[in-house]
Design a protein around this ligand. Structure first.
Ligand code: ATP
Ligand code: MG
Length: 410
């Protein structure tokens, strides 16, 4: 048997795990501040939950899904993203009676991609979904929350908020016509995949990563010229709200999320520090999705962030609470040391100890775990109900009565 992990998957421990955890914790705190509540949906769903809703031409659906048949013959898929599962739950749990619904989630996603820095086959997303608010207030809040989340991580200086509007259905239809007639003129130069997209979902071509497509897209008609009055006003209101809150942004006319269900606002938070994998958070308004999945006419907006990509941007290591090292000088005080450790832990301290070795070895271990203080128990001292507390930063030490330990160590 080969003992190794699957390509594109990683074991998370040590500092990388701490950073991932910190990203999720700060995201959760921020989302709760905006009145969002956590949801956990299953890691796998019926394949239709994803395949129908992402539009059949997206990379995720055509190339990246981990789908399999289970023993009962059902086609299931490991979730590649969070929105579809949350919307499925929203519908199947009958949440439409009580709008708006505001959820955040964190968990693993699975995509069969070519692994590289910042691109894994199992990765973690932290995301939010707000269902049932049609007005720009939702867009403003959700983008502000994304920005403040990254600000909490200390990333605001290396991040740009890029934003665009795809308009309502009428605007998108106008745009699609203009785009198709432009692209038809360049049909021969398009990649094979985009030739196919031209029929099924031409908007996806704007999002293509193929060089030949990118060249053509450079001169494609701009979305903003196709927006009707209502859509223009909607976008203006979103930008006005961001200005009011002091959220810096850059309107990027080329930004699209090629999926059919996106409308009005789309946005990405991008850094220049991760090369081609610079998008750390992306989202948009998906007013058509709930209906497409068999629910009512409920609008939605949300975003998802790549937790590993964000963790990579965190410069400082996450420092945990420094422990107290409990050190037994000789085996006969072992039971007492056990009780002292227990007492300290119950009082809320992190307690670490070497599991064997003499005093010197145990002191070395205490330094290695960056202990703040050592509590040293020796047999002679203990006879007098005393122990020693040593401050490992200053080297200062003092003998105290065992019964005063908690008071003295504080
Ligand atoms: P990309 O253009 O980089 O492929 P995407 O459009 O597929 O991104 P989304 O579906 O919008 O990405 O997912 C939201 C976020 O999740 C991305 O901005 C990114 O930070 C993260 N992400 C997406 N795919 C991966 C992956 N394979 N490995 C690590 N993080 C990822
Ligand atoms: Mg992708």
């Amino acid at each position: 048997m080969k003992v190794q992990n699957v390509r594109g998957t990683y074991d998370l421990y040590g500092n990388a795990k701490k950073k991932n955890k910190k990203v999720i914790e700060l995201g959760s705190q921020m989302a709760e501040r905006y009145g969002f509540e956590e949801i956990e949906t299953p890691v796998f769903e019926f394949t239709e939950v994803f395949a129908r809703n992402l539009g059949d031409t997206s990379d995720i659906v055509t190339k990246e899904m981990y789908s399999f048949q289970d023993r009962g013959g059902e086609s299931l898929t490991l979730r590649p993203e969070g929105t579809a599962g949350v919307v499925r739950s929203f519908i199947s749990e009958g949440m439409q009676q009580n709008l708006p619904v505001k959820f955040y989630y964190a968990g693993p996603m699975f995509r069969y991609e070519r692994p590289q820095k910042g691109r894994q086959r199992q990765f973690t997303q932290f995301g939010v979904e707000l269902l049932g608010v049609e007005t720009p207030q939702a867009d403003i809040e959700v983008i502000a929350m994304a920005y403040h989340f990254l600000e909490k991580l200390g990333l605001e200086k290396s991040i740009v908020v890029e934003i665009n509007s795809l308009g309502d259905k009428e605007s998108r239809d106008t745009y699609r016509q203009k785009l198709v007639s432009y692209l038809e003129k360049h049909y021969q130069e398009l990649s094979d995949e985009s030739k196919e997209r031209l029929e099924k979902n031409p908007l996806r071509i704007l999002d293509s990563k193929e060089e030949c497509d990118k060249l053509i897209v450079q001169n494609a008609p701009l979305y903003e010229d196709s927006l009707n009055e209502a859509s223009k006003n909607f976008f203006k209101d979103v930008l006005k709200g961001l200005d009011l809150l002091g959220i810096p942004y850059r309107v990027n006319n080329r930004l699209v999320r090629g999926l059919d269900y996106y409308s009005h606002t789309v946005f990405e938070l991008v850094t220049n520090k991760l090369g081609a994998q610079g998008t750390v958070l992306a989202g948009g308004r998906y007013d058509g999705l709930v209906k497409e999945m068999g629910g009512g006419d409920v609008s939605g907006i949300g975003w998802a962030s790549g937790v590993e990509r964000l963790s990579m941007l965190l410069e400082e290591d996450v420092s945990p609470q420094r422990p107290i090292a409990v050190i037994e000088v000789s085996p006969e005080v072992h039971d007492e040391a056990l009780k002292v450790s227990d007492l300290l832990r119950k009082a809320g301290y992190v307690v670490d100890q070497a599991y064997n070795g003499n005093l010197k070895k145990r002191m070395m271990k205490a330094n290695k775990v960056n202990a703040l203080k050592a509590v040293i128990l020796g047999p002679d001292e203990l006879m007098q109900e005393k122990i020693t507390i040593k401050n490992l930063d200053t080297g200062e030490q003092k003998q105290v009565l065992l019964k005063n330990l908690l008071k003295e160590i504080a």
